[in-house]
Design a binder for this molecule. Structure first.
Ligand SMILES: [Zn+2]
Length: 319
């Protein structure tokens, strides 16, 4: 009885947050998006966490993204609150620490980690150097052994890779290189839910250093062909298809505005200036994409500039 009332209280809370928060940041909350589909908004600001999605199948759960180790533990606890079923699969949308370093926490809890093969390739390219960097600032990474990220246990290159059990169909897509060479999307066709990882974020959270800025809009265009109602991004609040349109526009504008400045003979020191100990960009982005413009714009302009000058995806350039 006590358990039931707790469950009901939780259901009421998530229902309230659903109506109160569409489009507004609410870190560390879980809310139902569709029957058996929950969105957990990670606290990126204080904990560096990504968002997670919990998908209920007939006998088990699928979780989107492993998160950092502390985010993995928080999501494991939240998954228990919404369903007694075990987590069978955890899908890494890409290789970044805030989406994948918790892999070992999940596999020790009995789950199998999954990803597109590009994620495993990116780990070979960048690790364990980044893990060792993260150790300096993150206790949850430091305490884990072995001292390197655990690669996904299963990888695949067929797109879509389908998981189906008669109650639900889950399609895992790879549409090409946007944020990383391994960007995976999770699509629920019946529920019209699309989980985008960091290929689409909802806020000033774009990180472009491993990316392909010129190709990014094309990846989003492929995702836009799916019938979608709910977009669940890697960072920032859940929303609708307008998020995909504006994220795409952000990258088109970023690329075009930097390319136009280069054409006018501008150098990087004209586009990114020092202001105290931080860099600010002189590129002005249109108000339609202001949600995506934040302190990282200078770095994004820098990456776009390099990509344009070197005629190569910025992720292929030394960094
Ligand atoms: Zn990322």
């Amino acid at each position: 009885m006590k358990r039931l009332s707790l469950v009901l209280a939780f259901a009421a809370l998530t229902a309230i947050s659903f109506f109160a928060t569409r489009g507004t940041a609410q870190p560390n909350t879980v809310r139902q998006i569709a029957p058996g589909v929950w969105f957990r908004e990670g606290d990126i600001e204080h904990l560096g966490h990504c968002n997670n999605v919990i998908i209920e199948m007939k006998d088990y759960l699928i979780v989107v993204d492993a998160n950092f180790p502390s985010g993995a533990r928080a999501t494991i606890e939240d998954a228990k609150k919404v369903s007694p079923k075990p987590v069978k699969y955890v899908f890494d949308t890409h290789h970044h620490g805030d989406h994948l370093y918790g892999n070992v926490v999940w596999t020790r809890a009995g789950a199998t980690t999954l990803a597109f093969s590009g994620v495993a390739d990116e780990l070979k390219r960048y690790e364990p150097a980044r893990w060792q960097e993260a150790v300096k600032s993150r206790e949850d990474v430091r305490e884990l052994k072995p001292d390197a990220p655990e690669p996904p246990k299963e990888t695949f290159s067929d797109s879509p890779h389908v998981i189906e059990d008669g109650t639900r169909r889950v399609e895992l897509y790879f549409f090409g290189w946007a944020h990383t060479r391994g960007d995976g999307f999770v699509y629920l066709p019946k529920e019209k839910v699309l989980c985008t990882g960091d290929a689409v974020v909802n806020g000033p959270y774009n990180y472009t250093a491993d990316g392909n800025i010129g190709n990014w809009p094309k990846v989003i265009e492929k995702a836009q062909k799916l019938a979608v109602e709910h977009v669940l991004p890697g960072h920032g609040p859940a929303g609708g298809v307008e998020m995909m349109a504006n994220q795409r526009l952000f990258f088109i504008e970023l690329h075009n505005r930097v390319a136009a400045a280069v054409k006018r003979g501008k150098k990087i020191e004209d586009l990114v200036k020092k202001e105290g100990d931080r860099e600010v960009s002189t590129i002005v982005m249109p108000s339609t994409v202001r949600t995506w413009v934040g302190p990282s714009l200078a770095a994004e302009v820098h990456d776009a500039y390099r990509e344009i000058i070197e005629k190569k995806p910025v992720g292929d350039l030394p960094h």
